[in-house]
Design a protein around this ligand. Structure first.
Ligand SMILES: Cc1ncc(COP(=O)(O)O)c(C=O)c1O
Length: 398
């Protein structure tokens, strides 16, 4: 059961918080769903560690390797799991690919995939299907969590091996009932892979409590961490199901002591996918990323995000524009999509970015999507809507 959140704009001292985001007052940034912004402490840590690693060469290795392990501990703790279950990928897409390309399939096995996925989830699975490794079956994510669950139940067959879907769907920001999906799957003897790229940083995610088998995410959207911080989770008893395609010195516990003719003995930990040198400075900065979030407090973050998302929905509703995102925070998120009658979402997004330095997104349905993170203000939302009004007025006059 998702805990109810009380929307509250005052849960965060936004003026104070915004002082930590460079450039934030030079633009109207309502697009964390695409790319997040890093606050000053994260940026400072990233620059400090990058300078250290890139100027000290091998002399930095022991320290910087320890930084990754600290980051792994922090991320694992943040997600309610053991650090041995966390691997660092380049991005969420890579983490999904690690599962899709590595899971051993039997002939006839099916993956039940949602029709609402980002290419990050769609492409790895359609590619594996095209390679002839697995069949696909499809279901639709609904705004109604019960309906999503029913759609999944209807899609499971005796051949289903894994269910793959977003924890928060990227266009309308629909949040799926992840724990109930994992329960349903476990009862059916089916694995679950969740793509949490739009979930991590919007609300607390406890992977242990979800009892999910595999999870992919990233640090660079709602967590406000650096790019290059993909997060891969494999439940420890599921790791042996993955026969990875790439291996290297990072895959083994004994980098200096190996059997030249026999090949590597793989670690019994998710980091066995980190086969070669990683960007240790970037990953090290995840420590500061989690410090920052914990400093603000997740209850406060969520309360403000829920309040801002409600205001964005209201502004669209007041204009009679159809809002396709769920009205309730617990079934939705801070991704708010709506149709602007008389405007194509792509053209409107482009106009706002190029002419008004105002950043939102668009989707395939011709809608626009506004992301309201805790650092956004009501004034920014109002400005974006007024500029949309202006765009429409101009078009009508033309
Ligand atoms: C649901 C979802 N999954 C994955 C991604 C891609 O994440 P990454 O760039 O970390 O691979 C996105 C990006 O927008 C997304 O919305």
């Amino acid at each position: 059961m998702v805990r109810a959140v009380t929307p509250n704009l005052d849960s965060i001292d936004v003026e104070e918080v915004r002082r930590s985001f460079a450039n934030i007052d030079d633009m109207v940034y309502l697009n964390t769903g695409t790319e997040g912004l890093a606050p000053r402490p994260v940026l400072d840590k990233l620059i400090e560690l990058t300078t250290y690693c890139e100027t000290k060469g091998q002399a930095s290795i022991d320290v910087s390797r320890a930084l990754i392990e600290t980051a792994r501990e922090r991320v694992a703790q943040f997600l309610g799991v053991e650090s041995s279950t966390i691997g660092f990928a380049e991005n969420a897409t890579e983490a999904v690919n690690w599962v899709a390309s590595s899971l051993d399939f039997n002939p006839g096995d099916e993956v039940l995939l949602s029709l609402n996925e980002h290419p990050a989830m769609n492409f790895p699975w359609t590619y594996q299907r095209n390679l002839g490794r697995v069949s696909l079956n499809w279901f639709e994510i609904s705004s109604d969590p019960d309906e999503t669950l029913a759609n999944i139940r209807d899609g499971i067959t005796t051949r289903t091996r894994l269910i793959a879907l977003s924890h928060v769907e990227r266009h309308q920001g629909r949040r799926v009932p992840a724990k109930r999906i994992c329960e349903l799957a476990a009862d059916a003897g089916v694995l679950v892979l969740l793509d949490g790229a739009q979930a991590l940083g919007q609300f607390p995610v406890d992977l242990g409590d979800l009892n999910v088998d595999f999870y992919a995410g990233n640090g660079h959207k709602w967590l406000c961490g650096p790019r290059g911080t993909g997060i891969f989770y494999a439940k420890s008893e599921r790791l042996p199901l993955l026969t990875q395609r790439h291996v290297g010195v990072g895959s083994t516990e004994t980098p200096f002591d190996w059997d030249r003719a026999g090949g590597p003995t793989l670690r019994q930990a998710a980091r066995r996918f980190e086969y070669g040198t990683r960007d240790r400075a970037t990953l090290g900065a995840m420590d500061a990323t989690i410090d920052w979030i914990e400093g603000l407090g997740f209850d406060a973050i969520q309360s403000r995000m829920a309040a801002l998302a409600a205001i964005a929905r209201n502004r669209a509703n007041e204009r009679g524009w159809h809002v396709s995102s769920p009205a309730c925070w617990e079934a939705g998120s801070a991704l708010v999509s709506f149709q602007v009658p008389g405007a194509d979402g792509f053209a409107l997004r482009k106009y706002l970015a190029e002419e008004r330095n105002t950043w939102i997104s668009h989707n395939f349905a011709g809608e626009v999507r506004v992301s309201t993170h805790y650092f956004n203000t009501v004034e920014e939302i109002d400005y974006a809507f007024e500029e949309m009004d202006f765009y429409l007025k101009q078009r009508r006059a033309a």
